[in-house]
Design a protein around this ligand. Sequence first.
Ligand code: V47
Ligand code: SF4
Length: 360
Amino acid sequence: MEAALKTIHDKVHAGRRLTEEDALALFLTRDILSVGEMADFANRRRNGDRVYFIVNRHINPTNICVNRCQFCAFSKTKGEPLAYTMTMDEILRRGEEAALQKATELHIVGGLHPDLPFDFYLVMLRTLRERFPSMHIQAFTAVEIDYFSKITGLSLSEVIRQMKEAGLGSLPGGGAEIFAPEVRNRICPEKITGDRWLEVMEAVHAAGLRSNATMLYGHVETLESRVDHMRRLRELQDRTGGFQSFIPLAFHPKNTQIAKGYTTGLEDLLALAVGRLYLDNFAHVKSFWIMVGPKLAQISLHFGVNDIDGTVVEEKITHAAGAQAGQAMTVSELVTMIRQAGRVPVERDTLYNVVREWPA
Ligand code: V47
Ligand code: SF4
């Protein structure tokens, strides 16, 4: 083992916190098996052999967005041929399908629409909660929450309070991208700053809601900016403890404004493993199988990952940008994938309560 890795290995096994230099050294090594061993150790110390998945359904009510981030192939400008906004009936139909499949979660995110009023979202939450009271609604990125505050003039805490009252259960982790301004200014100049993203999440956690955190990698960012991103997540998590899972998202370049190839398998595994090792205060590291493909997601279960998201059913954001994976997996496919990796499949709900556990 390389000398730098040996020091890190000893720290990990002693339960000591890694530094930013350690994280950078991990990103730079090609000794992927040593990194995997450490990340697997850290994961199993915390989560044992259990690997979680969820029966969920993604809904993207609109792809019309005023931001038009450079890396986003999903969004359209109002009036463009493929721009859409779902009616409440279309949203409810997806909810019905989810209920039939015994989904426990609706995952709802969309573009920043120039003229849908805040009330549209409140009515959507209320209607979904009334019709499907047993489903948890995980909805709106920090970027959308900030936008609602902008268009209404309400404070962040008031927006969150009203949404919570209408049925919002937790927030997904999108919109984080890479916090460093020099990267953000190149890939999403219109988007809220990294500071603001963190401020929104702090307010969300203060309101008693949990959330996830993502990191979009494989575009123009440097390894240092990835470490900086994770450092800021770890700091906020030390203060609030409100993040449930860390989800590195592999950049998909097709139909975007960023000329770059796809990420490699090694890069994907390192992003997940380094997340597990550096973010020692995050219980869960999730490999979103849609982004890395089911095969790599399965391998990642030996590289620090303990969650592979879920059934998903309809995925527009990554597929608009060239994702090759399907859009849906059945429970039995997810269970087989986890079992064959030698782990114990556990169906969870959004807040990581056990819905069903399969014997090993
Ligand atoms: O914020 C957009 C990313 C995110 C591309 O919290 C892209 O459980 C790759 O955050 N290539 C939204 N990624 C999706 C997201 C998410 C997904 C699954 C689970 C959870 C969770 C959160 O998708 C955006 C952005 O970072 N994204 N375009 C692209 N071309
Ligand atoms: Fe809009 Fe989100 Fe796409 Fe950016 S990533 S253009 S904010 S939908």
